[in-house]
Each structure stands twice: as C-alpha cells, then as structure tokens.
Design a protein around this ligand. Structure first.
Ligand code: AMP
Ligand code: GLY
Length: 427
C-alpha cells in the first residue's frame, strides 16, 4: 500500500513513522513534511491548502490512503474533494470538521445534546459583546469562533482584559473572518485531559489518553502555546471517568452530528477540563492533537494503517488496537521567542545520538534540510519522546535525549509529566 500524509509538523512525523512500521505499507509520501519525515517518507513540496495539487499527486502516485494531519484543510473540505475524485482519505468532511472550525456551532450542538461544557454566550455584534462583558465582575474566556491557528482563545482574569481582547478580535479583526463571531464563557478550573476517539460513522473507539502542557513556562505559567509536551496515559483518566465521557460526551455528540446529517468519520479529539463539578468539554478538534499524537502513537503496538483503514471503511468494530503498557513522555524543544516571534535557521546537532537511545523517538516539528544539515524553521522544533517502565522513567529518558540535542537558544520545559508523577507517587 502507498499512503500520503498531509502536513509537516510533529504530529505528521509521528503518523509517518507509525505508518512506515506497518507491514502493509510499502511507501509513505508526506506533503510537505519536514526533515524528520524525510528519513522515512518521500517529502513532496505541496502546501496543505493546495487541494488540487494533492489530488493530482494522489492519483499520479496511485496513493491507496491519504491521512490529513491539520485542521485547516479538513475544515476547507479536502475530504469531500478527495472523495469526489474517487480517492480514499482519512478524516471528517467539511460538515464534520465544523465542530472545530466553528466553535459557536460546536457550542450549540453541545447545548442541544446536553454535553457538559462551560456556560457561554455567543455574539455576532461587538456592542452586544462589550455590553455583556462590562456587566461581569469576574474573569471570562474570550474565543474567536473560527480557526485562528491556536491563538483564538484568551483566558481573561478580569473583565477589563476581556474588553481589550474583544476589541482586538471584533473591531481590529485580528483574526479576520474567524473573529466575526465570538464566544464569551466562564473560566473552568481543573486539569485538562485529551481524549482521542476514532469514529467510523457508527463505532466509537477511545484511544490511549494523553495530557498536554499548553503554557510555555514551568508550573503552567506564561502564555499558551500549541503544546510544550505531553504524556500518555494520563493516570487521572480512570475507567470510570472514561465511561462518563463516552456516555455523556462522545455518544450524544456523535448522535447530534448524525441528526445534523453528518456521519462523522476520522478522529475526534475532545479537550476536557476535569472540574470539581465533573468533566466539561473545552473544545472539540477534528484531528489528532499535537503533541498528543507523538505520545499516543509511540505506544501503539498494533498496525496504524489497518486501524485508519478500518475507520475509512466503517469497520472499526472489528479493528485490533493494542498499546504497550509502558507510558511515554514527549518534551518539545522550542526556539527562543516562541510562542511570539521566534528565531530560526539554527543548525541542530546530536539528533542521531538521541535517536539511537533505547525507546527514544525524536519527532521533528519545525525543521528542514539545508546543505545536509537539519535546520530549525518553527517555534516548536522537535518533540523528543521516550517510553519508560513508568512515567518517571519515561521522563528521565526523554530529558536524557533532550540533553544531547543542541541548537542555539533552544528551550524546553523541565517539568513535563510532573503533574502525573507527583500525583501517582506513593500510590
Ligand atoms: P480551546 O481551543 O477552546 O481548547 O482553548 C485552548 C485552551 O484555552 C484550552 O486548552 C484551555 O487551556 C483554555 N481554555 C479554553 N476554554 C477555557 C475555559 N472555559 N476555562 C478555562 N480555560 C479554557
Ligand atoms: N495539543 C493541542 C492541540 O493539538 O490542539
């Protein structure tokens, strides 16, 4: 089989690496890919939004299955186009991807299906939004409804800050059309949990859990990023909690989508806040998480190609899904300045030494090849991932690998997985 992975980040490197391990896969293409995917796949320099060129590539190279990494092409309807062209592709249609691309729609769907989520108001007019926030005496979360490259959500500790954020989104149009509709919601407190469910239109299969570290600084301080690290499993996700999520979130939302005419197919990533009042949905994503994919797929023992194909063919009920009991930890190495403007074009050393360590996978995120060297191009540069006999061991191995990799002004958080290690210590 020949597969094509669309995207060029750490999540896509993890997908490419797991697909390359499949006995049924002979060749992996990745568009556009990065220096890491180039080691196991053939990179093709086509941007993720050039759907016509991607379709032409899939036809020309007789690709049997395409897997879409990022949300933007999904929301823009790449799955619909591939299917119209008679090509097999993993991911939801544009109508399904709306659950991520239109947060107001997702909120309404959740309300309708009685899915637990933060109390929220939806605004299309700045004056109304401003008037509402001005009457509040507590902090709120302000969200641009559309896709804003992970930057559309601000947790505002006081209403004055929320007014500034509203003005930036609705008046200055910081996110363009994505900010025409805004959601103002209550701040939820608790630990976050990422639940990834494969869905084939009917069957729902929950993958191993993961927890992400969004804040840039240790102890969860500083601005939010795309994710500075992750670990799997999340010990906080008990069987009981997962069956609550299945019953109260996944089943009702898949039913609500179906009632809306959408047979959701692909992965649904549920971002939850585990509040004292029970789990509540922060958001739905129509794709795999990054860096959650790196930790989840590092643990997968069964064949990823078989699994994704089962989703596409509506045969998920028969699929074989096995993961190692060994936990995994992913530490993101980032460029100075991230999540703001960051440095790039730095030469990265030590990658081979790290990659040869036992149970270590160095997933590339923002890298490219130049003059036979690996250079940094992104804010998140690498996702250094290790398995261990427990979380503390996986963490230690991941940082041993991090410590042999060098590029100018690289930084990482040193406390990835500590939350879970401390919670389980002595238990
Ligand atoms: P979202 O894209 O909606 O998940 O938001 C991105 C991040 O913002 C989440 O992962 C949380 O860290 C934070 N966030 C979103 N909504 C809330 C909320 N209601 N209360 C507290 N934090 C939130
Ligand atoms: N790890 C956060 C995300 O993928 O959205």
């Amino acid at each position: 089989m020949r597969v094509l992975v669309i995207g060029g980040g750490g999540r896509e490197h993890a997908l490419v690496a797991a697909l390359a391990r499949s006995k049924r896969v002979d060749a992996v293409l990745c568009a556009p890919g990065n220096a890491g995917t180039a080691q196991v796949a053939e990179n093709i320099s086509i941007p993720v939004d050039d759907h016509e060129a991607l379709i032409a590539l899939a036809k020309e190279r007789a690709v049997d299955l395409t897997i879409v990494g990022p949300e933007a092409p999904l929301c823009a309807g790449i799955v619909d186009r591939f299917r119209d062209a008679g090509l097999r592709i993993f991911g939801p249609t544009a109508a399904g991807a709306r659950i991520e691309g239109d947060k107001a729609y997702a909120k309404r769907l959740m309300k309708h299906a009685h899915v637990p989520t933060a109390e929220a108001r939806i605004f299309e007019h700045y004056d109304q939004a401003r008037a509402y926030v001005a009457t509040r005496d507590t902090g709120v979360v302000v969200k641009a409804s559309g896709l804003a490259a992970g930057k559309g959500v601000t947790v505002c500790d006081d209403p004055a800050e929320a007014l500034l954020v509203l003005e930036r989104i609705m008046v200055d149009q910081q996110f363009g059309e994505a900010g025409q509709t805004v959601i103002v919601e209550e701040i939820l407190k608790g630990q976050e949990l990422s639940v990834h469910a494969l869905i084939d239109g009917q069957t729902i299969y929950v993958l191993e859990t993961a927890q992400d570290h969004k804040a840039v600084g240790e102890g969860d301080t500083g601005p939010n990023t795309g994710g500075m690290g992750a670990y799997s499993p999340a010990p906080i996700a008990t069987e009981e909690l997962l069956s609550y999520v299945d019953e109260n979130v996944l089943v009702p939302i898949v039913d609500a989508l179906r009632n809306d005419g959408v047979d959701y197919s692909g992965v649904l990533y549920v971002g939850l806040m585990l509040t004292p009042g029970g789990p509540k949905v922060l958001e739905f994503n129509c794709r795999f998480g990054d860096p959650e994919t790196q930790v989840i797929l590092s643990r997968l023992e069964s064949d990823l190609f078989d699994l994704l194909e089962a989703v596409v063919d509506g045969k998920l009920a028969d699929a074989d899904v096995r993961s190692t009991a060994k936990p995994s930890v992913c530490v993101v190495m980032a460029s100075k300045g991230y999540p703001g403007a960051y440095e790039r074009h730095k030469t990265i050393e030590g990658l081979d030494v790290a990659a040869n360590m036992d149970d270590v996978h160095v997933y590339h995120a923002g890298t490219r090849l130049g003059n036979n060297r690996v250079l940094s191009t992104g804010g998140r540069v690498l996702g250094v991932t290790a398995l261990g006999f427990d979380l503390a061991d996986a963490k230690a191995r991941a940082y041993q690998a991090v410590d042999v990799i060098k590029f100018d002004n690289a930084f990482c958080r040193r406390d990835i997985a500590d939350k879970a290690i401390h919670a389980t210590a002595g238990s």
